[in-house]
Design a protein. Structure first.
Length: 457
């Protein structure tokens, strides 16, 4: 059976799809990949005879994928399946026109079951994790058990992506998370691959590639001190490539940060989200104090590790002044890259349910009739909507050049959204390609990205 995966960007490895591809190929199925462009999709479908079209969908691209799928199905007879975070949180997606099946939760082996059954002409209506349309009916099945031993999974199929761009190795060492941040899609029992398994894959990939950097994509890399100590010792001896990872502030100990630095950690990312304790801990459920954030940042800076912070502006129950406090805090912390986004509310998340139970925000449900997500700032009724949009765009460059801060209140009132968008894109690319230069050793990638940015304007 031939399966074609659609992705929005062919220049970045997508580990979920690569893991699925390995399992499918091990079981004699053919897997292809294509950029999310109608002409390219149709060309590949016709040329290679792919009867199954697969999408791994985050909520921010799902509208694009659904429209693409509808266009394709008007001309070609394909069976369309959707997996990823969006259908997991929004199983109502099975009702969308053109969607034949959706997978909620882990799809590794249940996708194989679906493909096998389709190939053999067997029923597909009773496979765990799947909701399926057939003969005008929708069959919804409960979730199956999680994969307990991640070492049993084959290594990711890295042959799918264009090797000319892949000078960074992306790795995932764990699944699930024991924490319950109300806005996060990472859920389920925390499981981790053994250090032996991770090192073995890194050795295999580094021998076959020209990669100069490793990016660990785990949402929280420093969850287990014992694992970190063993990993750092092995990585320093056997891999010796600079790497980046995401850490949680309250788990950052002097010993673990030192171990990661000695192993070759070049960059760490950490979620601050907001300076306000109530917003961070009562609304977002991070359960991390300001003191813990400051201590973690001091440790990272002490070991000369570059720092990226994640922040949100325009949050529910917040004021514009709260966003300025978050900006001030980042300036004091001086990360090499301060990322900021407007708060996006997703239906069925814990924070959505929290707000729904608040009388002041009981009106929000009506905004989700046609979509399962909304940028909260679009509901702003206090006259600050445009200012918050502009603040998000110049947040990072203001942290990079603090002399701009006294002028920010004036700048965000100007009708220069298009210009601030351009500045935002340039600053983001500067931080990734130049400030964090070790992550991208060839200039071709930077030039291609810059050219794409310029086309927007």
């Amino acid at each position: 059976m031939n399966i074609l995966f659609v992705v929005s960007d062919l220049t970045t490895e997508q580990l979920g799809i690569m893991s699925l591809s390995s399992i499918l190929k091990q079981n004699s199925h053919n897997v292809g990949i294509v950029e999310a462009k109608p002409k390219e999709i149709k060309r590949k479908l016709k040329k290679n005879g792919f009867p199954i079209l697969a999408f791994s969908a985050h909520s921010f691209v799902v509208s694009q994928y659904l429209e693409l799928n509808r266009r394709i199905k008007k001309e070609l007879n394909v069976f369309s399946v959707f997996g990823g975070p969006h259908p997991t949180y929004y199983p109502e997606m099975i009702n969308e026109v053109g969607v034949d099946a959706i997978c909620t939760g882990e799809g590794d082996y249940v996708l194989l079951d679906l493909i096998n059954n389709l190939a053999e002409g067997k029923s597909i209506t009773d496979i765990p994790n799947w909701s399926v349309k057939q003969d005008g009916q929708i069959f919804r099945n409960p979730a199956g058990p999680l994969i307990e031993n991640l070492d049993d999974l084959p290594f990711a199929d890295r042959s799918l992506f264009n090797e000319d761009y892949l000078n960074v190795i992306y790795m995932l060492t764990s699944r699930g998370c024991p924490y319950r941040c109300s806005f996060c899609a990472v859920r389920g029992e925390f499981r981790r691959r053994s250090v032996d398994n991770v090192i073995e894959e890194l050795k295999k990939v580094s021998l076959k590639s020209k990669a100069k950097f490793v990016t660990f994509a785990d949402s929280t890399f420093n969850l287990s001190s014992a694992w970190i100590f063993e990993f750092s010792k092995r990585y320093r001896k056997e891999i010796r490539l600079p790497f980046s990872c995401c850490v949680r502030a309250d788990l950052a100990t002097p010993e673990s940060i030192q171990c990661l630095k000695e192993a070759g950690c070049y960059r760490m990312a950490m979620g601050i989200e907001t300076y306000d304790d109530f917003l961070r801990n009562e609304v977002l459920k991070k359960n991390i104090s300001k003191k813990q954030i400051i201590c973690a940042i001091d440790l990272i800076k002490k070991h000369n590790i570059k720092l990226k912070t994640f922040n949100m502006v325009g949050m529910p129950l917040s004021r514009l002044e709260d966003d300025f406090e978050t900006l001030r805090f980042n300036i004091r912390c001086r990360p090499e890259h301060a990322g900021a986004s407007q708060f996006r509310l997703y239906k069925n998340t814990d924070v959505y349910n929290y707000l729904l139970g608040n009388k002041e925000f009981s009106r929000i449900e009506k905004y989700f009739k046609d979509d399962c997500q909304i940028i909260w700032n679009t509901l702003n009724s206090k006259g600050h909507r445009g200012q918050i949009e502009n603040l998000q765009k110049i947040f990072g460059i203001t942290v990079g050049f603090p002399f701009l801060f006294p002028f920010v209140r004036f700048l965000i009132k100007l009708p220069l959204s298009w210009f601030y968008t351009f500045i935002y894109i340039l600053w983001e690319k500067y931080c990734y390609y130049l400030c964090f230069w070790k992550a991208y050793s060839n200039w071709r990638s930077f030039c291609v990205t810059l050219r794409r940015c310029c086309k927007i304007f």
